[in-house]
Design a protein around this ligand. Sequence first.
Ligand SMILES: Nc1ncnc2c1ncn2[C@@H]1O[C@H](COP(=O)(O)OP(=O)(O)OP(=O)(O)O)[C@@H](O)[C@H]1O
Ligand SMILES: [Mg+2]
Length: 502
Amino acid sequence: MSKRILIVDDDPTQRRILEETIKRLGYQTCTASDGEEAIQSLEQSDNNDIAVMLLDLVMPGMSGQEVLERIRHNPSAPPTIVQTANGSIDTAIDAMRSGAVDFVIKPVSPERLEVSLKNALKIDSLQGEITRIKRKVSGTMTFDDMIIRCEEMTRVASIGKRAAVSNIPVLVEGESGVGKELIARAIQGESDRAGGPFITVNCGAIPENLVESILFGHEKGSFTGAVDKRKGKFLEADGGTLFLDEVGELPLPAQVKLLRALQEGEIDPVGSKRPVKVDIRLISATNRDMIELVKDGKFREDLYYRLNVFPVQVPPLRNRMDEIDELVDYFITCFAAEEGKKIDGIDPEALRLLKAYNWPGNIRQLENTIFRAVVLADDAVLTIDDFPQIAAHVDGFEASVPPAPSPASDVQTHEGPAIIGDESTIPHTIEVSNDASDQVLGIPAMTTGGEIRPLDAIEADMIRLALGKYRGHMTEVAKRLGIGRSTLYRKMREFGLEARLN
Ligand SMILES: Nc1ncnc2c1ncn2[C@@H]1O[C@H](COP(=O)(O)OP(=O)(O)OP(=O)(O)O)[C@@H](O)[C@H]1O
Ligand SMILES: [Mg+2]
């Protein structure tokens, strides 16, 4: 459903002129002839389909200023542009103080109106993003907070909603980066556990000897190194959802313990005298073929059937090309705002390129690609030149700037897109502790010839190591390295480390 501009003006001629101008600018409109009617339209607005309100200040009955006061504390109210008669700047200032985002002086030129509307629309989409982030953090996001514009994903959402009404264990299956975690969060947000904890366990990253303690917790002093009591992921998730990410990676001994906990509905914290009851909703995710893992004896069949009571299959992005337009717009708006850059959109040719590519890293790769483009773009509209890596992999497209040169060999990351690297500087592991859980990866300070290595070579190694470890989760990589995401992208370009996008 496309968004509309609500025009509020008591003068019918003005209303008609504004309607025509705004329609000519390519937006849909609706109108109200006074303050009360405006409030009513906002209240009845279906799914907040009013994106911006253009509000006359001087009207009989409820004035524009009063309308502003009324909607001021309503978080779902659209950004408002007020219109004032020439000379009444004081009223315009009052209106801005009451939350209007801009004011235009009557009669407004189409050019001025267009700029003002564009800015207000950006604020509107950012408001959406802010609400989305808030909901994600508070465990209340739903499928409506996701961009879903194709039949397959609409089906996924309706299956997810169905799963949400019961406490049935769900297995979300799909390639890396398709949105499995977001779907898991939406299932929780649609359920009566909304607002409860959402605890993620990355099953591939737990050291085998700590599985029990991480999942079920331990008492203080229950084993060497247990200096404090640990609650454990199951108890942290009590009343909410336990999300077992990459569940196929769970080591076999841990599978036995998990199965027992699920069968009994209670857990035995390490060193505790009695079992503890927990109330959790279990959602697992995998990008592996679980049946294959079961056949190969790598995953217990009985556990598989316990986790996979309700399967949700998420299609890869290449089968969801109808969603690309909107996802691209969405990411551009978010990242341009985040970076404080003015990016109006993408040109049709570049969009055609993005649609012709097959996106092996799915939405996460698209998100990273748009972020890179926004950070490095010189102009207000993204072009093919902002996507050199993609253009290099799609026949018939060529960027005038070539992708960053690729050094000698590739470092294959754990999974997901490979990261271009140079084997001679691949960091190796040095064990600095007897405790396997404390194993630290080291980066050589010296060359094999015994000389000190340059700082930027070490920095490049560090970034490469983090990229491999966090499998292209760029936000995590930047966070762990203690640098901003844009700095990370700049450095990756500088060091020729950009993710190879095929
Ligand atoms: N429908 C969507 N609308 C908006 N953003 C989305 C959508 N689907 C995924 N994303 C974004 O894409 C990124 C990847 O999504 P998510 O982490 O849920 O995928 P995943 O399948 O769990 O990936 P991985 O296998 O790499 O862990 C996230 O930043 C997420 O916010
Ligand atoms: Mg994930």
